[in-house]
Design a protein around this ligand. Structure first.
Ligand SMILES: [Fe+2]
Ligand SMILES: [Fe+2]
Length: 226
């Protein structure tokens, strides 16, 4: 039996919260406790800039194929937000002497998660439950954990980004509540939420591996939750 949509949405959020609680630090549950060096801040900002520009591009592509009027206007706003987030991250990088991420190479897990999985999905519901509902919740959780460890200018960047990401999470909620009614739709949504969470964890493990490779982190550090 399909759940009533609001109840269904609440059950998804509870699932994600429970999965996060069940993680051990090595799975990505907690952010590492080392202070962020400037070298790591550049790495993290490069990752974030890559994430933001990728989001702006794949959401822009969805617009060509979004029949729902409510979703169309909300996703159009989101494209602008993600483009601005990319710009804010690039400004923080520029203050550190980095003017482009063109030669920055993402980890394979990040490409699978951000450039293959998020853009996938035939319908607005399929797309938005992965990226807005699950992915943006993970991003916000990471921002809150990261913020106290960041220098003031980057913390301010996050303060500008966080309210927008919360708005994007609300788009996810609204789409689920309006468009996920049947057993079939709700089963599909659950599966996409689960898969997104899995890819996010793989992405976090890859982040830690990269930091070890770059000599920034130790192999024994808990996996960060960006
Ligand atoms: Fe964003
Ligand atoms: Fe977003």
């Amino acid at each position: 039996m399909a759940l009533e949509p609001t109840e269904f949405y609440t059950s998804l959020v509870e699932d994600i919260e429970a999965w996060r609680r069940d993680l051990t630090p090595d799975d990505g549950a907690t952010f590492f406790t080392r202070p962020m060096s400037e070298e790591e801040i550049v790495e993290w900002l490069s990752f974030q800039a890559y994430y933001e520009i990728s989001a702006a591009k794949f959401i822009a592509k969805w617009l060509a194929d979004t029949p729902e009027r409510d979703a169309f206007v909300l996703l159009a706003q989101q494209v602008e937000d993600e483009a601005l987030h990319y710009e804010y991250c690039m400004r923080a990088l520029e203050r550190r002497g980095v003017t482009s991420i063109d030669n920055w190479k993402p980890e394979p897990e990040w490409e699978e998660w951000i450039n293959l999985w998020y853009p996938s999905g035939e319908t607005t519901l399929e797309r938005v439950v992965a990226h807005n509902l699950t992915g943006e919740a993970g991003a916000c959780q990471a921002f809150y954990e990261l913020k106290p460890r960041l220098p003031e200018d980057v913390a301010k960047t996050l303060e500008r980004i966080i309210p927008d990401e919360q708005f994007h999470m609300k788009i996810g909620k609204l789409i689920v509540e309006r468009y996920a009614f049947t057993d079939e739709q709700q089963a599909m949504v659950r599966e996409r939420v689960r898969r997104t969470f899995e890819l996010e964890q793989a992405g976090r493990v890859a982040y830690n591996r990269r930091m070890v490779r770059l000599g920034i982190g130790d192999a024994g550090d808990p996996v960060p939750s960006f």
